[in-house]
Design a protein around this ligand. Sequence first.
Ligand SMILES: O=C(O)CCC(=O)C(=O)O
Ligand SMILES: [Fe+2]
Length: 266
Amino acid sequence: MQQPRNIDPLFVAVESDVIRRADVAGLIAGRLAAVRVPGLLPAARCHAITAALADAPMDRYDESRVFPVVAKFGPAINDHRDAGQLREDYWDAARAAEKSWSTLDLPDTPRDLCLAAFQAAWPDVAPGRRHRREMHVGIVREINAGLQVHFDDAVREYAGRLLDSEVVAQLAFNIYIRVPPAGGETVLWRRRWQPDDEDLRIPGGYGFHESVAADVQSLTLRPTLGEGFLFDPRHYHTVRPATDGRRISIGCFVGLTDDGRLALWS
Ligand SMILES: O=C(O)CCC(=O)C(=O)O
Ligand SMILES: [Fe+2]
């Protein structure tokens, strides 16, 4: 896609060997567009998880809304949302996922991996709480056919609060545990939702026609195995289809709450 003539020098990705507090803060402040952490999870651990997952029942996002299909393991809040509220069946799906994961004989859960990624940078990190219950953390997704261009913003999507504490900023985090040899790029545009964008919504879908971000400055990430990727999901983003092979990630949302803690959820 054509890049605009004038470029925002702050809309850049930084690369680091660990998640750093200054980079999390920089993303939230808008001083950065994305943080890449190559090799966050060693290749052997990625392989062990994807091998074990071959025996785990994956399900799919609600196909009436999420097309092309996306296979997943574990609940996604947006599949359990009604009129800006989180439905009760979210908690049943969370329990079922935890139980099913425990049969895989792996040392870590998706929750452990997500929490561990932030622990050193931000010791005050924990699963978010809703009505005092701990949210599920860590969704495994197989996004082979790509995503619709969309944004994620719990403040807009959940009329009441999603969490018991006020989320003042939200980030999206993914670790890529299997990457395709071609395709599967994540694209991030320097544009947030505006009311007129509703004209470009894909009927029945969760996203927008790509023209919503036409001629907007963008960043393209080609995920590498074990890489961690952190960005502000209020910026429109998408995943390109993998033209060959499979693209599997473990991810969660990360909220900065008004008490300065990080709260995770999926
Ligand atoms: O898989 C990715 O790179 C991004 C997926 C996504 O839409 C998100 O994490 O919000
Ligand atoms: Fe997203």
